[in-house]
Design a protein around this ligand. Structure first.
Ligand code: Q9C
Ligand code: ZN
Length: 683
């Protein structure tokens, strides 16, 4: 099958007809405007017209019965003809749910919309997509509505995909701020569905206040190890906490699991301003989370709306998610890049709980951390100055309006015009006709132009004529990245070290503040990293002489066996956390002589690092392996690269290597932190 492209968007206005008909302070946040406001914001950013419109349909009874009991279905069906009094009575049988005469119809549309999305992705009509649905699903259980959810849309989708497409491994990522206990119950004993959820927990104080939402609920029977709970014990979690959870918990497990399809229970009540979540994550973090998940399952990613109750935060976050699905360059993530102590504690505990089940964790010396928290969790303080419900509402409304103004400004600050050309190269021996179609050929600079522009930067570096010649190609592309005419580019060089040396000096001279250079292979010329404007990570086979390693020059010795790529563990556990801590505004990735990692490892590096530096990446390839060049070009042009089955867990020696580097550098690059026992100071 040809590689799928495109992003599906599913929205049906009818799902706004489900609404609360009476006073209920618990349910009154789940409003129809959640859906219409999200869709309108997508229209505002012109994202709707860039997506493939897929119609919703009703889910069939048979499909609903894949997960739910017939009793549950019959009760739901019977509410269609009830009057308000009867609806209120039936709703009262559940924890936080309301029926409207059209609820049953909407819930069937929500199920059907989700299945339409799965079909579009599985049949290769699109690569990925998002379904905007109401009512949400993840609290709903086999026999009960719960937490605004009637049918479990995502759980039904997973069962449907298993059955219809014979899938054996599905990953469900639940980034809603509530625990999807419904989904957990449904797949608890099922090793074919890996369920990950983070959630506000506060040591079981927060709804749904279940013991089984804690990190030690790892699944049952054959499903042991396939349920991952990451409970947040404090409010105020932000961008760096969420990213740390992905780097140090979810992603390594997901890569080892190697899913064939990824479903996201996509609640945005984990975003800033949400009255339920009380968290701090800003909309762009959801673009990063989405982009990270796009590296799995050959890009087959279905995002299905769950919660999200601050309309502005919700709709901007939905837009950031869709932007990432469309493979637009994404904004740099804002805020200090250091996870909080409480987040690190939670991460450490879930890693320890899962150690028996995941090979990648096997060699880690993880241990549980029991309530070492700086403040112990005392029972809730009784309010000495009780305010009325009415006063509370006013305070909350003021807070919500403040966040709304903040977000208006924030989005204007972080959004940027996308360069007209995505990927550029020059006509050279890796001739353009060998590269995938979207790569654009630009004219290289001639000798005079190179000399006029850059002679100050290469005099001491360039010893050979062939190097000087190749600078014309590299500088033409770099110049266009600098002028924001192109997003990224690929050039070949007979001497990558020298070319990279020139590229780094040129970039810093023309205004980049932080340039990340990942150099794969032997680096013959070591760039000056003294002023902190360049950070080099050198991946090579031979041990570098230890003296020159520093915070800004990191040597990572890594050798892969042929066809056994274990490099993903270094990328996720080390390179990405360092890169996110550094927050580069340009990335140079070079492949020099004697590369010690394989093509799938290198492709993964390119795929993942594109989430940073607004996707500004310069690739300098010395290697003449055409397969490598084509894969790099594909990754840059935004095709999903297939690495299915290519990953193996690292050896004990490699795990140890990463551990030593982490210990040495985690005070400088704080996103490396994932345990507290080595004296991380409270922040
Ligand atoms: N004291 C979703 O976000 N809160 N559901 C109940 C009871 C219910 C959230 C509080 C929150 C449900 C999909
Ligand atoms: Zn929620």
């Amino acid at each position: 099958m040809a590689m799928a492209s495109g992003t599906a968007l599913i929205y049906d206005e009818e799902m706004t007809s489900h609404k609360l008909l009476w006073d209920d302070p618990i349910c009154d946040i789940e409003v129809p405007e959640r859906l219409s406001a999200s869709y309108e914001q997508l229209q505002f950013y012109h994202l709707v017209e860039r997506c493939v419109h897929v119609p919703a349909r009703e889910g069939t009874e048979e499909e609903i019965l894949l997960v739910h009991s017939s009793e549950h279905l019959e009760i739901a069906k019977s509410t269609q003809t009830m009057d308000e009094e009867e609806l209120k009575r039936v709703s009262g049988n559940y924890d936080a749910f309301f029926f409207h005469p059209n609820t049953y119809r909407c819930a069937r549309l929500a199920v059907g919309a989700t299945l339409q999305l799965v079909d579009s992705v599985m049949l290769g009509k699109v690569c990925n997509g998002m379904a905007l649905v109401r009512p949400p699903g993840h609290h709903s259980q086999r026999n009960a509505a719960n937490g605004f959810c009637l049918f479990n849309n995502v759980a039904i989708a997973a069962e449907y995909a298993k059955l219809k497409y014979s899938l054996q491994r599905i990953l469900i990522v639940d980034w809603d701020v509530h625990h999807g206990q419904g989904t957990q119950y449904i797949f608890e004993e099922d090793p074919s569905v890996l369920y990950f959820s983070w959630h506000r927990y506060e040591h079981q104080e927060f709804w749904p206040s279940l013991k089984e939402s804690d990190y030690d609920a790892v699944g049952l029977g054959k499903g042991k190890g396939y349920n991952i709970n990451l409970p947040w014990n404090k409010v105020g979690m932000g961008n760096s906490d969420y990213l740390a959870a992905f780097f140090h918990v979810l992603l390594p497990m997901a890569f080892e699991f190697d899913p064939e399809l990824v479903l996201v229970s996509s609640g945005y009540d984990s975003g800033i301003g949400d009255p339920e979540g009380q968290m701090n994550a800003t909309p762009e973090v959801f673009a990063h989370l989405t982009h990270l998940l796009m590296q799995l399952a050959n890009g087959k990613l279905c995002v299905i709306l769950e919660g999200g109750y601050h309309l502005k935060s919700l709709s901007e976050s939905v837009c950031m998610t869709v932007k990432a699905l469309l493979r637009d360059p994404i904004p740099q993530v804002t805020g200090e890049m250091a996870p909080s102590l409480s987040a690190i504690e939670s991460i450490q505990n879930v890693r320890a709980a899962h150690k028996p089940y995941w090979k990648w964790l096997m060699y880690e010396d993880t241990s549980f951390l029991h309530n070492l928290s700086t403040e112990s969790h005392l029972p809730k303080k009784t309010n000495t100055n009780p305010s009325t419900d009415h006063e509370d509402k006013i305070t909350n409304n003021n807070e919500a309006a403040k966040i709304e103004r903040f977000l208006e400004l924030h989005m204007r600050n972080i959004l940027f015009p996308v360069p007209p050309i995505r990927t550029a190269t020059t006509q050279s021996k890796a001739s353009a006709y060998l590269l995938p179609a979207p790569v654009c050929v630009v004219k290289e600079m001639d000798k005079n132009e190179v000399e006029a522009l850059a002679s100050d930067f290469y005099a001491d570096l360039v010893k050979e004529d062939k190097t000087l010649h190749s600078l014309g190609s590299m500088l033409a592309i770099l110049d266009k990245i600098l002028k924001k005419e192109v997003c990224n580019g690929i050039t070949d060089s007979p001497t990558a070290s020298a070319s990279v040396g020139v590229a780094l000096r040129y970039s810093v001279h023309f205004g980049f503040q932080r340039v990340l250079c990942v150099f794969v292979g032997d680096m013959q010329i070591v760039p000056n990293t003294q002023d902190g404007k360049v950070l080099v990570i050198n991946i090579c086979e031979k041990e570098q002489s230890g003296t020159m390693s520093s915070k800004h020059f990191i040597s990572l010795n890594w050798k892969e066996d042929a066809d056994r790529s274990d490099f993903f563990s270094a990328v996720l556990g080390f390179i990405l956390p360092v890169a996110y801590s550094y927050q580069p505004d340009l990335i140079v990735i070079a492949v020099g002589p004697n590369r010690s990692i394989g093509i799938s490892g290198i492709s993964l590096l390119f795929g993942l690092l594109q989430g940073l530096a607004e996707s500004r990446i310069l690739a300098v390839i010395e290697d003449t392996d055409l397969n490598l060049i084509q894969n790099v070009a594909k990754a840059l042009a935004g095709a999903s690269v297939s690495h299915s089955g290519a990953y193996v867990p690292p050896t004990q020696e490699k795990v140890h290597k990463i551990k030593i580097l982490k210990d040495r550098l985690q005070q400088d690059w704080k996103m490396l932190q994932c345990s507290v026992k080595d004296g991380i100071s409270s922040n």
